[in-house]
Each structure stands twice: as structure tokens, then as C-alpha cells.
Design a protein around this ligand. Structure first.
Ligand code: CA
Length: 223
């Protein structure tokens, strides 16, 4: 899942980036309103965490522009704690409003709630053959045995399993699992797939991650 954080305060932005990344999200950060509006409109995000008081363009303007084109969920994160601001935020199309200072656990719970509410309801568990992942608890198991994955490996496996049977290109994988400014050196994808395979496929006779020559990879149980 890819999130955009629009936040000009450096310490808050890096705190959010780190915390959300640790919980398996891919996070882009925009440090001003112009950059934020551009990314929110052109990028493919599952959710936007939006500050209101921003240099360049205000959070209010970003919501208005975004809502004219897209229904990406927006969580406003602002020091403006007046009831009128909260009401205005929701009326203008934000999906939730959290007042700073905030507890990371609450932000995370709200982000997850908004993502669940979204059109593409994400199941909490996925299964391909005897391989299972639990997205909330971030656990991976194959044939009943726990497998220890790094956050990137987990994100990669999650993406492949979410699209079971679909050939995913290296470019798409790179964009979804790494960040959007990822260059065309998709070798990183191959290296990560190799590492993932040593954990989820190599110890087992039935392989689930397959190479599609000239394209990328697919996760499926072939007979
Ligand atoms: Ca600000």
C-alpha cells in the first residue's frame, strides 16, 4: 500500500515516514503544497496524509484540487484543533481529521480504518496453496511453519499474492514496493525476488513464485 505524506515540518515528516514504513507501507513525502498537490494528483496512492498549513499551497487547496479528480482517501493531520476546522475539513472532502500532537498508534489505526473502508477492501489474510500471510499481524507461514521476512520482502510477497495469477512487470513491482522515483534499474526487483524465493520457495518442492520471461513475476500454484 502506497501512502503520500504532505508535511512541511521535517521532524514530523520523517517520523511519519519511518513509522509507516516500519508497518509495511511505501511512503512518499512532499515537503510543500505545490509538490504535494502534484504528487497527489499524478501518483497512484492508496491514501494521503495531509497537513493544512503548508508553504506553496495550503492543504485546503490540495483537497479541493484532488476531489475534483480523484477519491483517494485523505486524512488531515493538523495543529488546527478548532471544531470549525475539523468540520470544514470533512465537508470539503477529507475522510478523517487528526489533531497534532498525535499518537502514532492512533494515526496508524485511522489509516488502516480508512484503507479498509476504501473501495478496494483488502483482506486481512491471503493464501496461495500452503503459503499464508497475515497482513495485520505481518506474519508469513508456509506449510504451517513461520517464515521471517524483512518489511520489503513482506511488501513484495503481499503484492504478488494480492495479484495471484497475474503477471506483474518489474516496473510495476518496483513502483509499488519501492518508491515512485525508483529508476529503471529493476535489477533490485530480481535481487529481492531471489531473496524471497530462498525463504518461501527453496525449502519446498512446489514453487509458487514464477518468472515470466521478458515481463516479470507471478505468484500462483501451478499443477
Ligand atoms: Ca505545517
Amino acid at each position: 500500500m502506497k501512502l503520500l505524506v504532505v508535511e512541511d515540518e521535517k521532524s514530523t515528516a520523517s517520523y511519519l515516514r519511518q513509522g509507516l514504513t516500519e508497518h509495511g507501507f511505501v511512503v512518499d513525502v512532499a515537503a510543500d503544497g505545490a509538490d504535494g498537490a502534484h504528487l497527489a494528483l499524478t501518483g497512484n496512492y492508496d491514501l494521503v496524509v495531509l497537513d493544512l498549513m503548508l508553504p506553496g499551497r495550503s492543504g485546503w487547496e490540495i483537497i479541493r484540487e484532488l476531489r475534483a479528480h480523484k477519491d483517494t482517501p485523505v486524512l488531515i493531520l493538523s495543529a488546527r484543533d478548532k471544531l470549525a476546522d475539523r468540520v470544514t475539513g470533512l465537508e470539503r472532502g477529507a475522510d478523517d481529521y487528526l489533531v497534532k500532537p498525535f499518537a502514532f498508534s492512533e494515526l496508524l489505526a485511522r489509516v488502516r480504518a480508512l484503507l479498509r473502508r476504501g473501495k478496494s477492501v483488502q483482506p486481512e489474510r491471503l493464501q496461495v496453496a500452503d503459503l499464508h500471510i497475515d497482513i495485520v499481524r505481518r506474519r508469513t507461514e508456509r506449510a504451517g511453519k513461520a517464515i521471517d521476512l524483512t518489511p520489503k520482502e513482506f511488501a513484495l510477497l503481499h503484492l504478488l499474492m494480492r495479484h495471484e495469477g497475474e503477471a506483474l512487470s518489474r516496473t510495476l513491482i518496483a513502483e509499488q514496493v519501492w518508491d515512485m522515483n525508483f529508476d529503471s534499474d529493476t535489477n533490485v526487483v530480481d535481487v529481492a525476488i531471489r531473496r524471497l524465493r530462498t525463504k518461501v520457495d527453496d525449502p519446498f518442492s512446489r514453487k509458487l513464485v514464477h518468472t515470466i520471461r521478458g515481463v516479470g513475476y507471478v505468484c500462483e500454484a501451478r499443477t
